[in-house]
Design a protein around this ligand. Structure first.
Ligand code: ACK
Length: 297
């Protein structure tokens, strides 16, 4: 089992605390905030360009620290791919007191979701120009997911908000790791029902908490829908009730985004096949979008 074999390689990845140049409190550059803590833009001595550093907030729970540690184990286990966020190293020596710095490559163009919304506002009518770019996003995400799935890792939370864009607008899949997600889902289900990412979850995940590469494929289909809808929240207007599972069971699916070609919408429907084994795999999906990209250039 890949998860049991995973080890964080201290020799390869440990970075000394004094290499992190956060700057003064007022000058700290915050890239974003999550429920774990903050992500900063930081200079680290050994790297030429600035990096992103994730760090838990003060007084964050032991369980949350554990899931961050789990995340770096998964990232270092998965290894490097152009479409997966690159793990650069971490400061873990003070983890027992809740101090932890996780360095990854910097994605200056922010999340794909925000970028799509901007594209939708600015260039919605210029389809000839925009559609090939959307095909490229679909191809890059499928390639990254093919790599992750071939390592035996389940992402568990694939969505446009968890794809970041580097300075060349290349897609980088981020925020992955099953056990962390499973832990969070339990919290979400109990405490913040609205925060459960139910809109992206496969029918078998919602019914029986079953996660697999095939449930990642379902989430990929929802991500395709977000891409061709320019970052619209899936199932607009719907809120969470258990009836949602029944609706999926009776065949209800997201409708075709106006600008999605028919063959692309058919791929989405394939990803949402109620039978997990009948869904395409990431290699097929990457090939499909690679062909579309080539033919549209
Ligand atoms: O969607 P965002 O603007 O992009 O808000 C989130 C936030 O931090 C919490 O995850 C941003 N973020 C995370 N990792 C990176 C990164 N490597 N480069 C740039 N921004 C990042 C993310």
């Amino acid at each position: 089992d890949a998860y049991i074999m995973m080890k964080y390689n201290t020799d390869k990845f440990e970075i000394a605390k004094n290499e992190f140049q956060f700057g003064d409190a007022e000058k700290k550059c915050i890239l974003g905030e999550g429920n774990f803590g903050f992500v900063y833009r930081v200079r680290v001595t050994r790297f030429e360009s600035e990096v992103a550093v994730k760090t838990p907030r003060n007084g964050c729970s032991r369980q949350a620290i554990k899931s961050l540690l789990y995340e770096i184990k998964i990232m270092s286990y998965v290894g490097d791919h152009d479409n997966v966020i690159k793990f650069l190293g971490a400061y873990t020596k003070e983890i027992k007191t809740g101090v932890l710095f996780i360095a990854t490559e910097l994605c200056t163009m922010g999340s794909l979701q925000a970028h799509l919304q901007k594209m939708g506002r600015n260039t919605k009518d210029n389809l000839v120009y925009i559609i090939p770019q959307l095909f490229r996003f679909c191809f890059e995400i499928a390639s990254g997911m093919q790599f992750i799935s071939e390592k035996g890792v389940i992402h568990g939370d694939l969505a446009a908000r968890n794809v970041l864009l580097d300075s060349n607008s290349v897609c980088k899949i981020t925020d992955f790791g099953l056990s962390k997600k499973l832990y969070q889902y339990q919290v979400y289900i109990k405490k913040h029902q609205e925060e459960l990412p139910w809109r992206w979850l496969a029918v078998e995940t919602l019914k029986r908490q079953e996660f697999s590469t095939k449930s990642d494929v379902w989430s990929y289909g929802v991500t395709l829908w977000e891409i061709f809808s320019y970052g619209v929240h899936p199932y607009p207007g719907l809120s969470w009730t258990l009836d949602f599972v029944e609706l999926l069971d009776s065949g209800m699916r997201l409708t075709k985004p106006k600008n999605a070609p028919h063959n692309v919408y058919n791929k989405m429907l394939d990803c949402w096949n109620s039978c997990p084994n009948s869904r395409p795999n990431f290699e097929e999906l990457a090939n499909f979008f690679s062909t579309l990209m080539r033919d549209s250039n």
